[in-house]
Design a protein around this ligand. Sequence first.
Ligand SMILES: [Mn+2]
Length: 353
Amino acid sequence: MTLQQRVLEKTTALKQLMKQEGLDGLVITNNIDQFYILDFYFYPAETVLLIYEGGLVCFTRQLYEAPLKKMFPFMQVIGQDKERTAAVVAEAARLGLKRVGFDAEKENYMAGSLFKASGFVETGSHVSLLRQTKDEHEIAVLRDSCRIAYETYEYIKPLLKTGVSEFEVAAEMEKFMRMKGASATSFLTIIAFGENTANPHHETSHRKLKDNEAVLMDFGCIYNGYCSDITRSWWHGDKEPEEYTKIWHIVDKARQSGIAAEKPGVAAQKVDATARGIITDAGYGEYFTHRLGHGVGMEIHEEPCNDQTTTAILKKGNVITVEPGIYLPGKFGVRLEDTTVITDTGADILTRK
Ligand SMILES: [Mn+2]
């Protein structure tokens, strides 16, 4: 599929959603949403897209005007370095648009106030809704991104020697991912040794690895615009405590049961409940202190979320993590995480070779 066809497919889907809500125009100011639609990365707050039945208008920095016109001959490009919000309002009036929506969740207060004062209406996140369901092209890219993360784990595991610091390990992994073509990490790489593994959101530090202690790593990369997310935990040394082995296997069973529960039509809440049930039944419920997982795509945390209160129903093309954990304060913790995609009949693990 050409870039033009992909843009057309996405704008057509958006126009469908706009129609359902009685909108004849929609402004998109979030740069990741813009990246999703155009496959072109703008920095935050430098571009506004206006979609309407008859076309697509892009208000952006002067320097992008010529290259964008070339890339997207079907798009009207207006290079304007200042007062873009007012220009969008003026253009909507010139086009005779009656009801223009803006994303109330993502809009910043200043621009949102001006849009509202100009008669634009607050709407939900239409682009976020589309982004929840990944198409074949997106799944292929996510598969590559997750494969790189998995290969990084395989690469680094034998290199973890006593005396190495959490920072050194993180740096080595991040270099490996960049060499594989990743543009960045998908979030701050978490490397935890010893008692640090009992803190689910540990901040990587100068702490050095000692003999016989727990290791936990939670990381991912951004590859061609899409994020990966993986967590692995293991014992460094030959004197693995019985309790560590025990909780590792409980968490692994919870991870496998969660993934086995995933399929189209199933409530995301039920996937959380299935995995959580394994940990609770084993007597460690109070030590699993976070949600089971979250959607992954162009951003590391997207919908649908995999927790105890969500009303989301899983659909083919959703990409979500399953990441149960048990954290024993002051001692050690185990978390095992895979990124998965919902298929016709179940779920596929993406964080693998
Ligand atoms: Mn995660």
